[in-house]
Ligand binder design. Sequence first.
Ligand SMILES: *[C@@H]1O[C@H](CO)[C@@H](O)[C@H](O)[C@H]1NC(C)=O
Ligand SMILES: *[C@@H]1O[C@H](CO)[C@@H](O)[C@H](O)[C@H]1NC(C)=O
Ligand SMILES: *[C@@H]1O[C@H](CO)[C@@H](O)[C@H](O)[C@H]1NC(C)=O
Length: 384
Amino acid sequence: MKSSLFLLLAAFCGSIANPLLGLVDPACFVDRSVECPNSNVTFWLYSNSTRDTPVQLDPLELNPWDFQPPRPVKILLHGYTGHRDFAPNNHIRPALLDNEDVYVISIDYGPLVRYPCYMQAVSNLPLVSRCLAQLINNLLERGIVQHELLHVIGFSLGGQVAGQTANYLKRKLKRITGLDPAKPLFILGSNSRRLDPGDAEFVDVIHTDTLGRGMMRPMGHVDFYPNFGPLQPGCLDENPSDPGSCNHERAPRFYAKSINSSVGFWGRQCSSWLIHIFGLCSTQAQQALMGYHVSEDMSGSFFLKTKSDPPYAMGKLEDTDNSKYLAKFRLNQKHNEIDNDFELELSESLPELEDNELDTDELEKQLIWQEQEALDEPLFKSSL
Ligand SMILES: *[C@@H]1O[C@H](CO)[C@@H](O)[C@H](O)[C@H]1NC(C)=O
Ligand SMILES: *[C@@H]1O[C@H](CO)[C@@H](O)[C@H](O)[C@H]1NC(C)=O
Ligand SMILES: *[C@@H]1O[C@H](CO)[C@@H](O)[C@H](O)[C@H]1NC(C)=O
């Protein structure tokens, strides 16, 4: 049973970001500098009145007047091949500025995550995270922004940057949102490399390309799985040659629409995605609103459907009673470990990795090692 399901799932994996593609490309580099601020990691401040003329922030020379009057500060992190106008920025920044009195800081670390250098991009993330932590530590220490008002939103590799930033912060963040946090080269290794619930007081995650670029396993206090994840409605039409990239980008699109949705993206709780595939979730379990307005009292995994076109949301789900049917299976509602085992198997069998005869465990070890090195830097010793 398990192996046939596995084959079915593996069939979806054709378009994964291949971590080995740029391994020998001379254009690919790992930035060995430990200097923050760093010219390859820049910070751009937007408000409603400076949408087209953002202020570039100098983390060492912050101007308190740039943050007057006090408002919530939303920090956006792009992913692989991105920049400050790329997803999630292009979707979420205008939606935020249209609907709320906020400041948005878009980070640009594009030079460090260029195509086809995925592996090097992953190796560059600790540097990005340290520089972001420096900015945040300084904003808080100087009293320019209040801790309660900060919210970091990261897409793909940016989701993992958000998690790694926690390693260097003097005070734990109030909230991190992970939008389809990146999977390749993040499955193994410790949580310090990945987004996890320890990284902020509240971590909410949306998974939209679970068999490709994004993580399957739950990573936050609350995890949402729109359309379960392998194929988002509309993506085969929108991008027939690479539906995975469309799936992946649905996370920031849904999030942007959740900011002012009249009906809301409501998901229903279920113990795990595997239980969900087999149709064994209770259809009376509690519902939670996904996205920007998620309740911080919620925890667990939630599943929902969306439409194929904007504004995507389908509103609340109708409760029906399937308890008699479920009673036959005696499910343990809390057991989620099977997800992680499954994800490992899936990644280890990726044809691209096997063809290259490269030891992926070895790659992961190297990355972890590099990061340990970075963690040992005295620059931002956490005082907590
Ligand atoms: C959401 O959009 C509607 C118009 O569709 C607007 O009336 C309302 O003020 C908006 N809500 C917020 C919080 O901006
Ligand atoms: C943004 O500015 C426009 C005018 O430029 C104004 O009409 C709108 O209400 C402002 N939006 C917010 C959320 O303050
Ligand atoms: C920034 O990236 C470029 C390549 O785009 C690299 O040559 C340079 O050394 C990097 N600069 C710093 C300060 O890290």
